[in-house]
Design a protein around this ligand. Sequence first.
Ligand code: C5P
Length: 424
Amino acid sequence: MLAGMTEAGGNRTAVAGLAGRRVVLGVTGGIAAYKAADLVRRLREAGAAVRVVMTAGAERFVTPLTFQALSGEPVRRELFDAAAEAAMGHIELARWAEAVLVAPATADFMARLAAGLADDLLSTLCLATEAPLLLAPAMNRAMWAHPATQANRRTLAARGVRFAGPAEGAQACGETGPGRMADPEVIVAALARLLAPGPLAGLAVVVTAGPTREPLDPVRYVGNRSSGRMGYALAEAAAEAGARVTLVSGPVALDPPPGVRTVRVETALEMREATLEAARGADLLFAAAAVADYRPARPRGEKLRKSAERLRVELVRNPDIVREVAALPLDKRPFVVGFAAETVAAGEALRAAAEAKRRAKGMDMIAANRVGPGLGFEAEDNALEVLWAGGGASLARAPKRVLARRLVALAAERLHATRAAQGA
Ligand code: C5P
């Protein structure tokens, strides 16, 4: 998350979620370490229990006594400190934490974390903990922009590490640009969001995404234009909402979202197998893949040579994956959300076509979009008409990631309502 992205209105309620939460604050050696003192004060005011771990570099900027006074707890500095290990060993501290916040996080610390080093207490703790990790980087703007730092950022983000900032502005070194530590209130709000139980907390979600490729011969295939963006955005949004996510993806040019288990497939038959395996016993399925309806009946073992003027290829129907998942026995069946890409005009005609599809396939919810210029398959934006038994909602045109969050929230609401009605 970037510093500027915090919704100001959401801060107060978000911060309320910190009461009673257990936070380890790691402080590394940068000039912004002095701002970490304010961070401790704010976290304590929000009701969080804070234990501070300092690196050797951090002690050059702020004394441990400052953090001890503010946190009301002894500050941990050494990995091999017999007294501290007797009181609360580093593994215990790693287990105690509900979140680990490192602020400021230096370029050096990000590099050590990306490399998986465990050569001091803080890096060891970050490796040992299963709690979510939030970094607030702070460094000179050129150090932040350096390809090595950016590669480390991507590596860490791909592992599910979250970022607050850095912010842009005047730096202690006299330069101006991105690299200053985000303001403490921004970091506290990001931490509160990280700790808030999402609407899908503890649930298993499966998402299918992208196209399938149906081989004609070893080098050619029948395919479609699906970019996979909507499915990837849904997988990311579901993970953010607290779910354990399995993404079954056809061939696309996208990086897997952080913290999501990704299963890569090529054909509809492979997608069917991977999806059924993951969906059995899962809580929610988003079938966003554009599965090829037909596949060549007899793909050639050798590359097809051109000879005759006409070539006939016989196609056979592929199984309908979403229909099969929806037909699973009730105790194994997830709440099923399907998609319908229609070229019919928006409005009533679109809704009628989508509702017919929803019923025919036994889906609980359907998200219909009109494919046309600037919308749908390869586009950045989308707009959705969402329908379920007895209700519906229109999600206005927005970037796919924004829309994905709205659709996840809506699906979570309907899933919980359905379960409540079933008495589950
Ligand atoms: O029938 P149509 O292809 O329009 O249905 C679209 C919905 O069905 C999408 O949710 C898509 O992922 C799913 N689907 C499927 N297996 C197929 C075809 C479509 O899961 N073979």
